[in-house]
Design a protein around this ligand. Structure first.
Ligand code: AHR
Length: 504
């Protein structure tokens, strides 16, 4: 048993819990859209062909925003292919995923789906094969009331009121050589700036996200952000960060410590943005939209797009099956994002359905939850109020990738209105229980409302369509408050939420 202690004080506020931290991502990729959210043959499908059971699980997952329509797909996409009568829409080659795009779902269908799912749409404009003019036309289509060509086209297509989309991404991963229309930082910085300036001429209140790095291992990481922000600083609000560099490649100890990498990533991007702020004598701060993150087994066959003459519609792609250890890492990555709520103002778990996703569907059939569904849903539900800065005293363990890392990682939220506290905590030890001791002296009179732990003696257990319930978060009966301290035993390779509230 390893001892670890945490002190919580409601005076040490990092910042508010931001609902946008619990965003997700729907890309025209594999089976995320077709046979994912959209499956007209499914018994629960609505008039648009959207599965009702996917909408229900999206709500249960607690998703706030959904980024759309890509991803790498975005950089070859003509948005106007996806409007008007479905029978008249062209089928196109999707070069990013070597697939055929049938354009049965486009911006109008997506907006209707977003309304049903109760999520805020976060749109992206193609700055790969297209530019300022097409971005402006899409913005006019979405946000102008009427009386112009594109806004009247929207009304003719059934949406009288504008969609008023607030958040817009200026392209996707433009630093990546794999991206269609990939650019240097200087080229992209200019294009993003001019696109942002023009978009704000239509709608000055937009929140604009400029592309940061595709991952922290990119050779241009840091320099890219510096160059792009030096150009675009006054015209954008957020810089994006993407991270998928997390998979169990046989080194479980390093994998479980993946949040150390995310912490470092956030710190580096924030520091770079602040350096540009200082040098440019800007007063506002640029914050981070961590708009693609997850565990992703990129070397698995499912991640390889088709090739040659095979251009299928909605092929099986990136359909990772997540186990208990993956869920612990996802829960820990969310801890990392919340901990930096001062700088991470939005985030999107990539993706929502079938493609590296918490929700899986059989075409026309069953729906089921992957292990990663649970820590996400529980964090989204119970992280309320302010994020608190914790003092953590944890034993460490050695990892090949990150050196010495704390075994225990945690974040806590405090809802001043109800007095409730939620502690989200992982035990990253491979073999040892942790005896957690939380000092609550600054928060007298609390009791345990609920304590749940996700763990399994076999951390490789993964949910399937046949069984997605035999390993789920279970009550942790060791959690107790006495003498101003919360004590709980945390199993190895586990994620937990410990909820406290005032005694009646
Ligand atoms: O989410 C899968 C892909 O990962 C996205 O299309 C791209 O933006 C990223 O590289």
């Amino acid at each position: 048993m390893l001892p670890a202690s945490v002190s919580i004080d409601p005076a040490f506020v990092v910042g508010p819990v931001r609902r946008r931290t619990f965003g997700s991502f729907v890309e025209h990729l594999g089976r995320c859209v077709y046979t994912g959210i959209h499956d007209p043959d499914h018994p629960s499908a609505d008039a648009d062909g959207f599965r009702g059971d996917v909408v229900e699980l999206t709500r249960e997952l607690g998703i706030s925003t959904v980024r759309y329509p890509g991803g790498n797909f975005l950089s070859g996409y003509r948005w106007e292919d996806g409007i008007g009568p479905a029978a008249d829409r062209p089928r196109r080659l999707d070069l990013a995923w070597h697939s055929t795009e049938p354009n049965l779902v486009g911006v109008d269908e997506f907006m209707r789906w977003a309304t049903r799912a109760g999520v805020e749409p976060m749109m992206a404009v193609n700055l790969g094969t297209r530019g300022i003019a097409e971005a402006l036309e899409l913005l006019e289509y979405c946000n102008v009331s009427g009386g112009t060509e594109w806004s009247d086209r929207r009304r003719a297509n059934g949406a009288e009121d504008p969609y008023r989309v607030k958040m817009w991404c200026l392209g996707n991963e433009m630093d990546g050589p794999w991206q269609i229309g990939h650019k240097t930082a200087a080229e992209y910085g200019r294009l993003a700036t001019e696109t942002a300036r023009a978009m704000r001429m239509i709608d000055p209140d937009l929140e604009l996200v400029v592309c940061g790095s595709s991952n922290s291992q990119m050779p241009t990481f840091g320099a890219w952000e510096h160059t792009v922000l030096t150009e675009a600083y006054e015209h954008v609000d957020h810089v994006s960060a993407h991270a998928y560099y997390y998979e169990d490649d046989g080194d479980l100890a390093s994998f479980l410590a993946s949040a150390v990498d995310m912490d470092h990533f956030i710190e580096s991007v924030a520091a770079t943005a602040d350096a540009v702020r200082a040098a440019g004598k800007h007063s506002k701060r640029i914050n981070i939209s961590f708009d693609e993150w997850n565990v992703w087994y990129q070397r698995r066959a499912e991640s390889r797009p088709p090739s040659g003459d095979d251009w299928p519609v909605a092929p099986v792609l990136l359909e990772d099956r997540y186990n208990v250890a993956d869920a612990v890492v996802v829960g820990n990555l969310l801890i990392s994002l919340l901990r930096r709520t001062d700088r991470v103002h939005a985030a999107s778990l990539a993706q929502l359905v079938n493609v590296i996703a918490p929700i899986m569907t059989d075409p026309g059939g069953r729906i089921w939850k992957q292990t990663i569904f649970h820590p996400f849903a529980l964090t989204s539900r119970h992280a309320v109020g302010d994020v608190l800065r914790l003092a953590i005293d944890s034993p460490t363990s050695d990892t090949a990738r990150f050196g010495e890392v704390p075994v225990l990682d945690a974040v806590a939220t405090h809802d001043a209105a109800t007095g409730e506290v939620a502690v989200f905590v992982v035990n990253r030890s491979l073999a040892d229980d942790v005896a957690l001791d939380v000092d609550l002296r600054a928060l007298p009179g609390l009791r345990v409302i609920e304590a749940l732990t996700l763990a399994n003696p076999d951390h490789t257990w993964a949910a399937t369509a046949d069984d997605d319930t035999s390993v789920v978060p279970r009550p942790n009966t060791t959690a107790r408050v006495a003498d101003g301290r919360l004590r709980a035993t945390l199993a190895p390779v586990s994620w937990s939420v410990l909820r406290l509230g005032p005694t009646a």
